[in-house]
Write a protein that binds this ligand. Sequence first.
Ligand SMILES: Cc1ncc(COP(=O)(O)O)c(C=O)c1O
Length: 374
Amino acid sequence: MNTFEVYKLYPIAIESAKGMELTDTEGKKYLDLYGGHGVISIGHCQEDYVKEVSAQLNKIGFYSNSVRIPMQDELGAKLQQISGYNDYKLFLVNSGAEANENALKLASFYTNRSKVISFKGAFHGRTSLAVAVTDSPAIQAPINKTDKVLWAELNNIESVKQLMDSDVAAVIIEGIQGVGGVKIPTTEFLKQLRQLCDQNGSLLIIDEIQSGYGRTGKFYAHQHSGIKADIISMAKGIANGFPVGAIMINPKIPAKFGMLGTTFGGNHLGCAAALATVDVMLKNNYVANAAAMGEYLFGKLKGHKAIKDLRGEGLMVGIETIADASEIRNRLLFDEHIFTGFSGGVNTIRLIPPLCITEKEIDRFVEAFDKVTK
Ligand SMILES: Cc1ncc(COP(=O)(O)O)c(C=O)c1O
């Protein structure tokens, strides 16, 4: 049976990887500045991670949420420590879309309301509620289209105010818009949004699936603004490649048996992968490294003659180029052997590398970028 062809594929098959480097089936080596959609947070095949996950697999890989899984509590405690959200609760799932799906459902349960405000340019995933709050009609099937989702402009509080009413359960916003082209909500906007949600009795959901988990130099991108969310969704970097998603939930929202659920979410192997990831992040100060390396990279690229606009924070970097970004990206991949990401609508190369990146790899990228944009 052939696979269902929904992905545009590069003619490259990756066979192995270590740290920041990928090796294909022909033995060609690539620098990975994309981390497979921002999933690889602590580097490929990180030693402690491999050890912990392998050991867990030899003990027990899976049992369902019908029994206590103490590793879930351990992970919750570690996440409280690293995020500073000390009293929030954790619910574990399997992907980013599922995290958002549960965040939105929970907001609706809690408020007994049915509408959501989302933003132009937003991407929140492909399951039914997640895709309904995603600003991409092409990936919404007719069954996903709904008048329950209202669309506001990023960084325009008046556009949100106009939509707020007593049936708005939540506002959902990315910590930094990723797929939309690395667009940052301003501190002032996030503060106004927080206030507006409180005044209206609506919850603020911040999607940190791409921008969170240390990527921007704080654990969550919205923490640069000093505000707190009611529900935070995570996935991607949480388990360095093992499919884990999660939401952190304000303790004011009561849990009721059966209101949320999942077969696979929070399983032993996933928890072991997430615990190993967070331990490696803490041990190596990768959040601080993301801040430092981001600064180094921005310093190198600022004022570059091939760049129209440089956006981002830490290791979430959007390089809007003057020439065709997809062409530059192809040359980076095929001539210079560097993987990068892309935001097509805004002609932007997106870098979301593993957080263990060093100056040496950044220098290699900058040299290659110079070369292909000459
Ligand atoms: C901000 C954001 N939210 C949600 C998702 C969906 O995550 P997943 O593909 O794990 O369902 C993504 C994926 O790119 C994302 O970038």
